[in-house]
Write a protein that binds this ligand. Sequence first.
Ligand code: ADP
Length: 416
Amino acid sequence: MAIVSLTGIIVTQSYWVRRAYSMQEKEFNDRVSIAMSSVVQRIMALNEDSSIVEPVEQVSSSFFVANINDTLHPYLLETLLREEFQASNLQEDFEYGIYDCFNDSIVFGGKVNFEDEIVHAEQADVSIQKKFDKDGHYFGIYFPSKTGIIVRQMDFWLFSSFVILVIVIFFAYTIYIILKQKRLSEVKTDFINNMTHELKTPISTIGVSAGVLLKDNIVEDPERLHRYAQIIENENNRLKTQVDKVLQLASLSPDKVDIKSERLDMQDIVSKACSTYGVKVGEKGGTLSMAQVSDPLMVRGDRVHITNIVYNLLDNACKYAEGAPAIDVSLTAQQGWVVLSVQDHGIGIDKKHQSNIFEKFYRVPTGNVHNVKGFGLGLYYVYTIVRAHQGKIELESTPGKGSTFKVFLKREQHEQ
Ligand code: ADP
């Protein structure tokens, strides 16, 4: 509705501006015609000529011609034009030319500037070289800056158009902010729902298990006791992982990330992460392979954060697999970069979501229910940390086929 009414205002304003322009233009033309008619009448009176002529004709938007029956002295014309234009309040610069139909040429041409002295121009210098098929003498007046003159007289309209333009810009900006806030609030609600679910489930499981352990006769059934203690431990670990994930992020501010700077062997970090994570993938019946490199690939950065990046990427590759995960990890050196590539053969990511997945809280929408739980924070964390290391991240993904995340970190040369 707001956009429709704003469009209405813009259309109405343009209509009125155009109308105002044509009215101003008509008024200007009329004033010029009247002034030129008066000039012609005065010349005829001086020449004692009483014939009736159709004196003034507008040939084009800025060009007017007037018929006279006799030769004319330019200085006389100039003086009369100045007097009449001044009387009609038309103090605008103009050019004039006196034409002679017998030799078909401009007899005299000049420019008149109301502020300075009269400037006579060479004939060739006058814009109005055009000749007309007239039989007789005539003179022509040309206003080189007619549009400018009319626009200057429309200061109210210019001001109101400017005000409307400012309103439109503010309005567009407001809409942009509203839409942005709306998306952010949806994303936050999603996050809170996820979080509640993720935290509530282990808490209630722990509660139930603790209830079982509190029963008096539980010591008589050590196997049951052990099973429930195990459940409590597992759920506690799950809770810890979730809380860690959120805390990991809470400690990050996008403008300034506290990064330690130490020499790190990427091969060492990645292979350790792969062997730890390999167990988890193995439990799901999947595979995790890592291509070995012979050269040491050193980077400068923060061990904890870089290790977390690797875990986050492996975690996603495992979470978004279709069936048993199949993950290929490789480390390569490319033109001053160490490139960590994590490839999965999972569900993939549609092109339209690829640019968003690194945003805070963003999860690819899959209808109301997400079968994979998460907070939409993992990739935001990866992105922030990679940026803080002056690195970059690339994604290639085809829905249904899988995704490859490539992290580029600056390579440190061997220590001398
Ligand atoms: P989440 O906690 O939801 O996994 P992330 O920030 O790690 O949050 O990922 C954001 C979104 O990107 C995920 O919700 C998922 O839809 C998509 N995504 C991330 N990694 C992969 C992957 N390897 N395969 C398919 N989709 C992925």
